[in-house]
Design a protein. Structure first.
Length: 381
């Protein structure tokens, strides 16, 4: 039996208690003091629960690019404002930022000092004073957070939120909630539906001159729609990274098709975008194709087609002009000269007599005339 006990794995250590649990335990121990012991506690024996080193300062908050009020800008703003409040050391002050940063209020300002009923009068007064100072620290920090958040949204959004009837009362949690509601709009389901329709209808963004830039532009289009659905948080209207990866591979140009197996093996969007952009840059700089980019190839082919089309139209116009000249006189010779069958209009040797037209022609004689042979007639417009 002892051998089995020796070989048994050691029991896992209990997880470290949280600041909230430690504060609750201390209060319980003070509450359990006997009356005789409590009477001996002096004001100097009470511990200030506030950790001044962790209070933070708004002057340390980095600037945040203002939230514009657009739904797709909310996710970016939320990421930046959380970072700003965290850097300032004020994330502990409000519930929203505590949740985002996984912080505890008690880690900074502790729990209120528990005042035992048997404490001497001066000790009870000292406890009350410490609690008032603690509460003032919390209120001050909340005011600072409110100011930072309010400064991070454009004026028209601030006016809409703060002056539009919403009861915010300088509460930073209510302010963030109001900004979130503003981003979602009056009908999140409608907005989400529209974003999803845009996503499914999305096409490759080919406006950039280089294929590598097109990759970035196409991913940016998808990210914008993903941010909208993320901001809405509406069930059934969210875009996952997997959906975006399938979409971009589906709509990419054929020049990248040879790399599709590599793209399908990617497990995150960052890797996929990097792989696709690397391949696009290689195509942009390819000397083997004699082109600088996929777009250049497309443009050159289009230009060649347009030149051929213009040439065909010019030849057709010249042919029509020649037919009109051969059948109805010449700009160089009078009609009487062209109708004299006894001799050609000049000595160039290019003239043929057409008995059907009763005129000399530079294109046909009687046997080749379309009057005798309708199948030779030029097409009519």
């Amino acid at each position: 039996m002892s051998g089995n006990a020796d070989n048994a794995p050691a029991a896992a250590e209990d997880a470290a208690p949280t600041a909230t649990e430690v504060a609750a335990e201390i209060q319980q121990q003070i509450e359990n003091l006997s009356e005789d012991v409590a009477k001996t506690v002096l004001p100097k024996d009470l511990i200030n629960p506030v950790n001044a080193e962790l209070l933070g300062s708004p002057s340390d908050a980095p600037d945040v690019v203002s939230y514009t009020g657009q739904t797709d800008d909310y996710v970016r703003w939320k990421r930046d404002i959380v970072n700003s409040i965290s850097t300032a050391g004020l994330g502990w002050a409000t519930q929203f930022f505590r949740d985002e940063l996984k912080l505890e209020l008690e880690a900074v300002v502790g729990a209120p000092v528990f005042i035992h009923p048997a404490y001497p009068v001066l000790t009870r007064h000292q406890g009350a004073r410490l609690n008032m100072a603690r509460e003032a620290r919390i209120v001050r920090a909340q005011e600072q957070v409110y100011g930072i958040v309010l400064a991070s949204i454009v004026d028209r959004v601030a006016e809409s939120i703060c002056d539009g009837g919403t009861d915010i009362a300088r509460d930073p949690d209510k302010l963030v909630a109001a900004i979130t509601a503003h981003a979602r709009g009056t009908d999140a389901q409608t907005t989400g539906n529209a974003a999803m329709r845009q996503f499914y209808a999305l096409k490759w963004n080919g406006t950039a001159a280089k294929l590598a830039d097109q990759v970035d532009a196409s991913f940016a289009d998808m990210y914008r729609l993903q941010r909208i659905t993320a901001a809405l948080s509406e069930a059934g209207y969210t875009l996952s990274a997997e959906q975006l990866m399938v979409k971009v591979v589906t709509m990419m140009p054929t020049a990248l098709d040879t790399h599709v197996r590599t793209y399908q093996s990617c497990r995150d969007l960052t890797r996929l975008q990097s792989e696709m952009k690397t391949d696009a840059e290689r195509l942009d700089g390819s000397a083997a194709a004699g082109l600088t980019s996929f777009v250049t190839q497309t443009d050159q082919l289009r230009e060649l087609e347009e030149r051929v089309d213009r040439k065909i139209k010019a030849l057709a116009a010249a042919q029509k002009a020649a037919l009109r000249t051969s059948g109805g006189g010449s700009r160089q010779h009078p009609r009487a000269v062209m109708a004299d069958s006894t001799k050609p209009p000049d000595s160039s040797g290019r003239w043929k007599w057409c008995s059907h037209h009763k005129s000399w022609s530079s294109t046909h004689d009687s046997d080749q005339c379309y009057i005798a042979h309708p199948e030779l007639a030029p097409p009519r417009n």
